[in-house]
Design a binder for this molecule. Structure first.
Ligand SMILES: [Zn+2]
Length: 223
């Protein structure tokens, strides 16, 4: 998926971005997680990790992979361009969330500093991507008092704050959330929680069932 057009996917950028985003979502970054996220083979990941270590982009802590400051600054650049491109593709060009996420995966490697500055100007210095994830280097301030959707008590209202990057890689999920109006800024109310962890929410009069995996990860605030 991510590797269909190689010239747009310089591997170092892709890997730095992946390591950054896994860590951002609180996931321990070991090789297996990169295998899953990038859908590449285990030997390919080991080989890249060795090269990145050689290039001073990562360091190992046991089996955990950590970005060095050089790796982190490359990661932030790619993540920033990805999230700015997503904003442009949704807000200006009117693409769906899922399309924007897919397209931004290519744009992130070709946006120049000049285009990046133009995005920031035109979009009026956005602080998050359309899914609520922070744009590195922006004036982002984390919303106070967030919890995951699964922690909201039945009967309580909430405002959607953030759809973590991890969920953007779940097939079909972005489409589902956007169509269900489960988007940052939207208000809803938890109406039921089933024993299997499905949270049912009321979004503008529509009952939406959110599975355990997503409801453990979607961040909301009380409203
Ligand atoms: Zn996003």
């Amino acid at each position: 998926m991510a590797y269909e057009s190689k010239e747009f996917h310089p591997a170092f950028e892709e890997y730095c971005e992946t390591i950054f985003e896994l860590a951002e979502d609180g996931i321990d970054v070991i090789q297996a997680r990169i295998v899953e996220r990038l859908e590449v083979s285990r030997p390919a990941v080991s080989e890249m990790i060795r090269k990145m270590d050689g290039a001073g982009l990562i360091k190992m802590n046991g089996n955990k992979i950590l970005l060095t400051s050089k790796g982190k600054s490359l990661a932030k650049q790619v993540v920033r361009r990805h999230r700015l491109a997503e904003r442009f593709l949704t807000d200006i060009l009117g693409l769906s969330w899922a399309e924007a996420h897919h397209e931004a995966g290519k744009w992130e490697h070709v946006v120049s500093p000049r285009v990046e500055a133009a995005f920031i100007r035109m979009l009026e210095a956005p602080t998050t991507c359309p899914h609520g994830n922070p744009i590195p280097g922006s004036e982002y301030q984390a919303p106070k008092g967030t919890s995951s959707l699964c922690e909201v008590v039945v009967g309580d209202s909430f405002t959607v704050e953030r759809i973590p990057e991890e969920l953007e890689f779940q097939p079909g999920l972005l489409e589902f959330l956007e169509e269900s109006n489960l988007i940052p800024g939207a208000n809803g109310k938890v109406t039921a929680v089933s024993p299997d962890g499905t949270t049912t929410v009321d979004m503008k009069g529509e009952a939406i069932g959110v599975g355990a995996f997503a409801s453990q990860r979607i961040l909301v605030s009380a409203s």
